[in-house]
Structure formats: C-alpha cells, structure tokens
Ligand binder design. Structure first.
Ligand code: CAA
Length: 288
C-alpha cells in the first residue's frame, strides 16, 4: 500500500491515545473511522476533540470552519465491521495481550487484503500480534506519544514478519501526519519506554521511601534535568495502569529484576488511582 493512497484510517479504541491519533489524522486531511466498544464512547471522544479544538479556535489559531471539517472527518462507531472501508487501521486499545490478539484476528477478517494493521502498543510484542493474523507481513507498530496532537515522535516498530513496503508506507504516513519517526526492533518497551518507565518507576520508589514530596521529586527532575514535566506528573498523564503494565512486560520479558514495579505504583492502581483519567493519581484532577 502506497502511503499516498491512504485516505481513510481506522482507529480502534477511543481513549486518550485513540482520540488523539484520530484528531491528528483528521487534521491532516484523512477520513477517520473511530471505533470503541459502544458508539456512544466513540461519539464522546469526538466531542472531547471538539472541545479542545473550540479552545484553539477561541485563541484565533484555527478557523471555526476547519474545526467543523475536522470533526466531520471523524466517524464514531461501535462496530468494528465499519473498518472494512479503512486503508490502514491503528489499534489503540488497552495494554492487554489477549485483547489485542482478538482485535487483530477480527481486523484481519474484516479489512481488505491490502490494509495495513498497525498497533499503538507501548510494550507488547508486535511479532506476537502479527502472528494472530493471516497477513503478518502487513502488521507493524506505530507508537504515538501522549498527547498525540502535541508530541512530535512516532516510534515505528517492525515485527519480525513486517515487509519493507509496509514499513515504508508507515514511515511515509507518519511523516504525512507531521511526525518525526524513529525505528526500533521489536524488543520490549522499544526505545522510549525502555528508558522512560524505569525513570517513572524509580520516582515511585523514591516517593515510597519518603525521599521527598511528590512536588519536590517532580520539581527536581523538571528544573534539574530540564524535562517539561516531572516523572510523577508524567506518570499521571500516561496512566498509572499503563505504566504498571509496561513495567510488568519489561520485567517478565527481560527476566531482569531491575524492572520490578514499585509496590506503591501497584497500590495506586489497585486503589483505582490511575492518574488524570480517574481524577486522582499522585496528584488530584478535579475536572477530569
Ligand atoms: N490539540 C491541539 N492543540 C492542543 C491540544 C490538542 N489536543 N492540547 C493542547 N493544545 C494546545 C493548547 O491549547 C496550547 O495552545 P497555546 O500555546 O496557544 O496556549 C498548546 O497546545 C500547548 O498546550 P498546553 O499549555 O497544555 O501544553 P504545555 O506547553 O503545558 O505542554 C505537554 C504540555 C506537551 C504535555 C508538555 O508538558 C510535555 O511535553 N510533557 C511531557 C509529555 C511526554 O513526555 N509525553 C510522552 C509520554 S511517554 C508516551 O506517551 C509513551 C508511552 O507509551 C507511555
């Protein structure tokens, strides 16, 4: 599939990553089919995109008509069968291997034979996901950073089976979306999370040890290392459940204890304190 022939993108999962990817694609002139388990969830995600873009319009940085055009390009649905019309599908479902395998085997049946099936997984093996389809050579990792509309990077991860045309089309598409790419082998955590998750996890250990307040841990890293936000605030943005599941994949797959998740991180997830999306993580988010 030539990247210029890609007109319609399917996005599976209308959470913060799926909605952000849908927004980026629609802003770049692509039609987007946004699927979640219920049409209402996908429609709500489109409403949230509308709210964000209304603020951009209010600041005079976008024409109201462009906002309408972007929203009209996103078709929310509760039915994966609608992805038949997609030239490329990006799966952005929760980090659960069984769930992803079942989604890919279903997409394989629904989508046309030339459709590229990409996953936004942050740590799960693309090679395993590819093997659940009859088109493993057309399966690839396309890992956006959170929040997708503001972050420049897309990590492209080749499964063992991914062929060169699929790889080249994915790189070209990411560039069409205004992103810079890096290419990683299919090794747990890829590049970004291999480095990031130990940092976030270490901040949790430090907090658990009473090293400093959350605010001072964050301020120390933010101002001391010139990071845009501190590790605990970033963990809240990524989602503490997502951080934990990536840490678990790193520990299991490398068999190395240095990746063991902090007990505090586990407790927060057990309490349902998942960060921004649940209104509470290391900080409180009353308006989420
Ligand atoms: N669409 C369009 N515009 C948007 C927007 C959206 N969805 N969201 C915000 N904006 C606009 C805002 O309106 C604002 O506009 P103005 O400049 O005109 O005011 C502008 O974008 C900046 O918004 P903010 O003021 O909210 O942004 P900020 O300057 O505070 O930066 C941030 C926010 C980009 C998140 C920054 O704090 C940052 O870079 N943090 C680190 C994020 C990071 O590391 N992400 C990667 C996580 S790792 C990952 O994702 C991988 C994984 O698998 C876990």
């Amino acid at each position: 599939m030539d990247a210029n022939a890609i007109k319609t993108i399917g996005v599976v999962g209308a959470g913060q990553m799926g909605a952000g990817i849908a927004q980026v694609a629609a802003q770049c002139g692509l039609d987007v089919i946004l699927v979640d388990s219920a049409a209402e969830l996908a429609a709500r995600a489109r409403d949230r995109i509308g709210d964000v873009l209304a603020k951009v319009v209010a600041k005079g940085k976008m024409h109201a008509g462009d906002r309408t055009g972007i929203l009209n390009a996103i078709k929310p649905t509760g039915s994966r069968a609608d992805l038949k019309a997609a030239d490329l599908v990006i799966e952005a479902a929760p980090e659960n291997l069984e769930l992803k395998l079942s989604i890919f085997s279903e997409l394989d049946k629904i989508c046309g034979p030339d459709t590229i099936l990409a996953t936004n997984t942050s740590s799960i093996s693309i090679t395993k996901i590819a093997a659940s389809t009859r088109r493993p050579e057309k399966v690839i990792g396309m890992h956006f950073m959170n929040p997708p509309p503001l972050m420049k990077l897309v990590e492209v991860i080749r499964a063992l089976q991914t062929d060169q045309p699929t790889y080249e089309a994915t790189i070209a598409l990411a560039e069409r979306l205004g992103k810079t790419t890096v290419t990683s082998k299919d090794v747990p955590g890829f590049i970004v999370n291999r480095v990031l998750i130990p940092l976030l996890n270490e901040a949790c250990f430090a907090l658990d040890q009473g090293l400093a307040t959350p605010e001072d841990i964050d301020k120390g890293v933010q101002l001391g290392l010139n990071h845009p936000m501190g590790p605990l605030a970033l963990a809240d943005l990524v989602g503490l459940d997502t951080c934990l599941s990536i840490a678990e994949v790193l520990m299991r797959e490398f068999g190395d204890d240095k990746y063991r998740p902090s007990p505090l991180l586990r407790q927060y997830v057990a309490a349902g304190w998942l960060g921004r999306k649940s209104g509470r993580g290391f900080y409180f988010y009353p308006n989420s």
